[in-house]
Each structure stands twice: as C-alpha cells, then as structure tokens.
Design a protein around this ligand. Sequence first.
Ligand code: SF4
Length: 523
Amino acid sequence: MSNMFCFQCEQTAGSKGCTGKAGVCGKQADTAHFQDNLTGALIGLACAVKNHQPTDATHRAILEGLFTTITNVNFDDEAIHRQIENVHHETSALLSNSSDSIEDYDMTKLWSENEDVRSLKSLILFGMRGMAAYAYHALLLGYTSEEVNDFFYKGLSAISENLDAATLLSIVMETGKVNLTCMELLDKANTETYGTPVPTTVPLSIEKGPFIVVSGHDLHDLYMLLEQTKDKGVNIYTHGEMLPAHAYPKLKSYPHLKGNFGTAWQNQQKEFIDIPAPVLFTTNCIMPVKDNYRDRIFTTAVVAYPDMVHIDENKDFSSVIKKALELGGYPENHQMTGINGGTTVKTGFGHGTVLSVADKVIEEVKAGNIRHFFLIGGCDGAKPGRNYYTEFAQKTPKDSIILTLACGKYRFNDIDFGEINGLPRLMDMGQCNDAYSAIKVAIALSEAFGCGVNELPLSMILSWYEQKAVCILLTLLYLGIKNIYIGPTLPAFISPSVLNILVEKFALTPISTPDDDLKKILG
Ligand code: SF4
C-alpha cells in the first residue's frame, strides 16, 4: 500500500500533512486510503442524486460516511469497507431504473489540485464532516432538515467539479450557514428530548463498585445505557465531551449517573491504565488502544477500532454491563481530580440558562461590573502550546466572564474563578455543537445593547483540533463575526491566499501570547 496523505486535523505532521505509513493520530496508511475511497464513493453518490430522488437511506449513508472519516472516530478497515459497500448499494439503488452510470471520485485528484482550490474544497469537505456528526446525532433523535441534507449533496458534488475560487468561496460560506441550521436542529433535538440544561456541579470522584465510563457526544446512547443499567448496581460516569449530559434534566434524573471520569480526551492512554471498568466510545475521540485496557473498550455507532467489541444499532449494551460487573470497579471510593487539582466541575450554562438571567447580565454590564466576555471554546489536543488557553483564562480580569464550550475547557474547568455579584465567572455552555448557544447569547446581547455582535465587549478565543471546529468556525465567519483568535496553529489546509482572504475580510487572528492578546483585546 502506498503512503497516505491526510492534513485534516491540527496535529498533522509538521503542520503540513501526514504523508508516511501512519498519521500522528495513529491512523495507518491503509485506513487513510479506505477513508479516501469512502469519501470518493460518497461524492459519487452525491453526483447520482443530481438526477435521482434520494431516500432516507441515501441521507443516512451520507451522514454515516462523512462522520466515519472525522479524526479519531474509526480505525477499522473492515468497518470502513462495509460503509463503502453500503454507499455503492445506495448509488446502485438510485440508478437502478436508469441507464446512468457513476464512478467514485478519485481523491488523489483533490490532494493534487492547485493549492487554493484544494484549500477551499478542503474547507467545504472537512466542514461537512463535522456537520455530518451533528446531523447524525439529531437524526437518531428523530430530527432531520431538508436544507442540511440537500447541502451535503451540493457540497460533495462541488469537490468533483471544476469551479472557480469565487464560487468555491461562496460554498465555503454556505457550509457555515447550513451548519448554523444543523446546530440549531441538534439543539432542538437535545432540549426537546432531554430538557433544557440547568447549571450542575459534577463530581470527579468515582464511587466504589461497578461502573461504566461513557465517552463521546451521543446523548441518545447515554440515555439507552442509563435505561439498561437501572437497578443493575452499575454506576455511569461521563468522559470528555459527554460531561454536559449531566445538565439535561431527563438524564440527570437517573441517580446512577454519578459524575465524570478523568480529564481531557487526550489523557485517555494514561487515565484508562488499570481502570476496573469498561469504556464505551459513542463518538470521537478514541486514541490507539493500549494493551493494558484493550479488553475493556467497547465502541458503537460509527466508532470502530480493530478487535474491539462493537455494539450494533440494536444498542444492546449487555456485554458492557457484564464487563462492568466482572471488573467490579474500585473497592473503595476513588478520588480523581481535574488537571489543576479541582474535585468538581460545573456545566449547564446553555442559552436557556444564560438568557434566563440576561437582565441581570445586562444590568452588571451597564453598572460597569462586567467589563468583557471571553468565549474560550473549541477542542483540545495533546500539544504543549495548548497551555495558552489555561494561561489566558487565568489572566482574564476579575470583572470578566468566561464562557466555555467543547473539550478545550478541561485545561481549566476545575479552577474556581469566583463570581460577579452571584454570576459565576466561568460558565460552561456544553459540547462543541453548543456553539449554537454562544451564538444565541451573543445575538441577544447585541439586540439588548442595540449594536452589532462585533461591537459587543465579547472576544472569541478558539482552539481547534478536528473537523467539527472547522464547521463552527465557518458558521462564525458566515455570521460576519470578526477578530476571532484561533490556535494553537493554523489549519495546514488553509493556503496563504485563502488565509489572506480570511484575515482581510474577517480579521481572523492567530493566537500569540496570552499577555499580548489580552492587551490587544482590552487595550
Ligand atoms: Fe494526520 Fe490528523 Fe489525518 Fe490523523 S487525522 S492522519 S493526525 S492529519
């Protein structure tokens, strides 16, 4: 098998691209080729939809295929091969009553395109990969959007077409627009199904006895596991991006949803060593599994890893529960801490909660007690440069509010930042898709103050790692939000000319040092 090419995430080799036998994330060259073949098949399916009516099965094949190729989701060649077969099956079904024939798109054409065209097409493709994850979670709760489904076909077809830069740039912006609809859809799906999140303190200690750790983003999987473990003597702990689940009333009503295990996802290879419990991955981020705990890892949905037990769509978690009972958990209560030694973290400050105290927030701003809002959001990674975000949060002035979302918050969410007249200084809005909450709050504040979002005392300090961050960034740019600080490094797939456009049009700014950036922001 030839060498791979992949440059879709922040940790890509040398900030240029993973080009050898394996990527920095552990993805093997064979797996990268299978993922390219899957993407090529999806582009073929999208082209078939131009002249043929898609079905629910077509929509689902697109979502699952795109989601599968997100960083740290699927390392299993056989599982990816089955997806390719499924996409071919859907393409054949669409073409069955016609003489049309469609070839899969050859992804090496994209990787060898002119660098600006490749950059714009990559922004569309990687943005759609992130958006597909949100659409998939919403679909499982019974929520779909025609606008979102239609766009996947348009965006995927565009990868194979000979389009000029201006047209591609307009599709890049449309990716951001449609992702706003998609995040709104998922917010509606989550809140109508599980209730409006409420502020919740989550312990980081593990009670003695059998337990299961649930990682990823899928609230529906967590809900079904909670149902199946009722009265089984097995406690449930969230991990990584599942933390905000504690704030949803319907989920928090289960007394055996006890707390959160460990810190950020990139610490799993240390934190899962000798863990006396199984871990269920519902989405990213799964890292190469260490021998020490490989008998305890279970996957479901589009996540897969060679030789791990995969729970299929019937969602029968009995093998996970059996493993938890066999392992038995810790013999005594086990105290864990956050990265900074804290023993609890808080979440549940979505738009429902923040807007319910909007009057108080506005009053405090008008009285001069709140000088600035910082949205420190995005996904975490393993590089040391990411300490920037901890330092930045710690250096924000005491008369400022810090809003967080996604998993970058684990760098500092166990620190007590205090309060401003009863309002907590650190408010976690939830998962990465809850960027929708931040947007709703920003728009509400701008209406209350009679100004545009860019005139608000609000700065967005974003960290990116994988493709969900790409679609969120595109949404913020589509909304015309300027002066976003982004790090720890710029995406390798953004060419110098495309970067120039983003800098000139949106004043997109690479992070520098916390002191310098705070000085620039606060003057
Ligand atoms: Fe490299 Fe990231 Fe691609 Fe993995 S997902 S191969 S680390 S660019």
